[in-house]
Design a protein around this ligand. Structure first.
Ligand SMILES: Cc1ncc(COP(=O)(O)O)c(C=O)c1O
Length: 409
């Protein structure tokens, strides 16, 4: 096979199909239209349709409380603050995540401490967490990366032993399960994003779930300008802000939530099938199903790429070829979070991070290899495809491998 046969260089695509996202029908359109016609678009007292959605989401997660807010980043920050952290406290996070997992720690006047991930799941490595603990550590934020459950038993044991809080970053984890329990419902609090790429979305939005009365009460107040239940409109008890969502978002989420479980099961089944296809390809290692997750959301399907089986072709070039073949895929994060300029230069604006904190010498080797060499992502909407689509994804990888190993440029 010659290079011209690759879609990137003008050849036919392996799969020429659109994978629609978001998925909706007249139910979403009618629900939003009804709110528009009703005129009550906002959510001044966090009541009405927002409260109705919160109740449904709490029931879905199996938690006592669910408190919606403007996005997943704010959900994480409010949950962290509500756990009672103080300025200068340390919070352990993985460096393989979206920037918000780290930036919200700084915004809460705490210090992000990076602990490496496991090579086979890309989730926070409990051993690395234990090594990162100091007398200043107050919380851990495990990210259920890509929708794969973290090792919550091991992390829970560490948290209990050292008196730490656990805030689950479940922004990829809507509807996923760990040993039969919904992701987000296991730690002190769990946080979700409803941004448009997420498996449950309303364009933007977020939510905190918890069983803890104090955390719920504080998050409720902080998202609503520091108001408290029974207080006056212009009475403010905490330093909050207006982080409320609208009723338009709430009804979209109510309709989307009805689709979530069947979509999650479809992605989960497709993921298992795709693993069985890809593990036969030399140089391709799908992440292993981790520590007792019963349902993986496959917000991202990740496989590890070994360029030595692809004629030394760098990952980013391979990822470009795969996307051109019609597989909705991407090379993932370009670098670990601590390598971002904001951390290297400590461009923290007015936030009070002590002078001794220095990210310039940090190295988490597994994360570095994941970013620079290995990780390739297939995106969640593609995981809603058919079994035949999964076969085409595998075929596209094999085609690239064959061309790179035999073709001449
Ligand atoms: C792992 C993770 N955490 C947090 C967030 C933040 O969510 P949002 O964009 O809704 O603020 C995201 C969003 O991409 C994410 O992927």
């Amino acid at each position: 096979m010659k290079h011209e046969e690759l879609a990137l260089f003008g050849g036919p695509k392996t799969i020429d199909k659109k994978f629609p996202w978001p998925v909706y029908d007249e139910a979403e359109v009618n629900a939003v239209a009804e709110v528009v016609r009703g005129g009550a678009w906002g959510n001044p007292d966090c009541g009405g349709l927002v409260a109705a959605f919160e109740k449904e989401f709490a029931d879905f997660c199996g938690t006592r409380y669910a408190l919606a807010c403007v996005n997943g980043s704010v959900a994480l920050r409010l949950a962290l603050m509500a756990c009672g952290v103080k300025p200068g406290d340390e919070v352990i996070i993985p460096p393989y995540s979206f920037i918000a997992t780290a930036s919200i720690v700084v915004e809460a006047n705490c210090i992000p401490v990076f602990a490496d991930i496991e090579q086979d799941t890309y989730n926070l490595d409990p051993e690395a967490v234990e090594k990162a603990i100091t007398p200043r550590t107050k919380a851990i934020i495990p990210v259920h990366f890509a929708g794969q459950a973290c090792n919550m038993d091991a992390l829970g044991n560490i948290a209990r032993k050292h008196g730490l809080r656990i805030i689950e970053d479940a922004c990829h984890g809507h509807g996923g399960e760990y040993k039969g329990r919904k992701l987000g419902s296991i730690g002190d609090a769990g946080c979700f994003s409803f941004q448009s790429s997420k498996n449950l979305n309303s364009g933007e939005g977020g939510i905190v779930v918890t069983n803890d009365d104090t955390i719920a009460g504080l998050v409720d107040s902080l998202r609503n300008v520091g108001r408290v239940k029974g207080g006056q409109w212009y009475e403010h008890h905490f330093l909050g802000c207006n982080y409320r969502i609208t009723q338009l978002q709430a009804v979209l989420l109510q309709q989307q939530l009805k689709r979530l479980d069947s979509q999650t099961r479809r992605r989960n089944d497709n993921g298992l099938y795709l693993i069985s296809l890809l593990e036969k390809i030399p140089g391709i290692s799908p992440l292993t199903r981790g520590h007792g997750e019963t349902l993986h959301t496959y917000h991202i399907f990740i496989f590890r790429y070994d360029k030595s089986f692809f004629n030394g072709t760098p990952k980013k070039d391979f990822a470009g070829m795969l996307a051109a073949e019609g597989v909705p895929s991407f090379k993932g994060y370009p670098e670990p979070l601590y390598k971002q300029q904001v951390f290297q230069k400590k461009n923290f604006m007015c936030y009070a991070i002590p002078d001794h904190v220095d990210y310039s010498g940090i190295c988490c080797p597994v994360t570095e290899v994941a970013c620079y060499e290995e990780a390739v992502w297939i995106l969640q909407h593609a995981m809603l495809g058919s079994k035949e689509d999964m076969e085409k994804f595998a075929e596209a990888i094999l085609k690239i491998q064959q061309v790179l190993n035999t073709g001449a440029m």
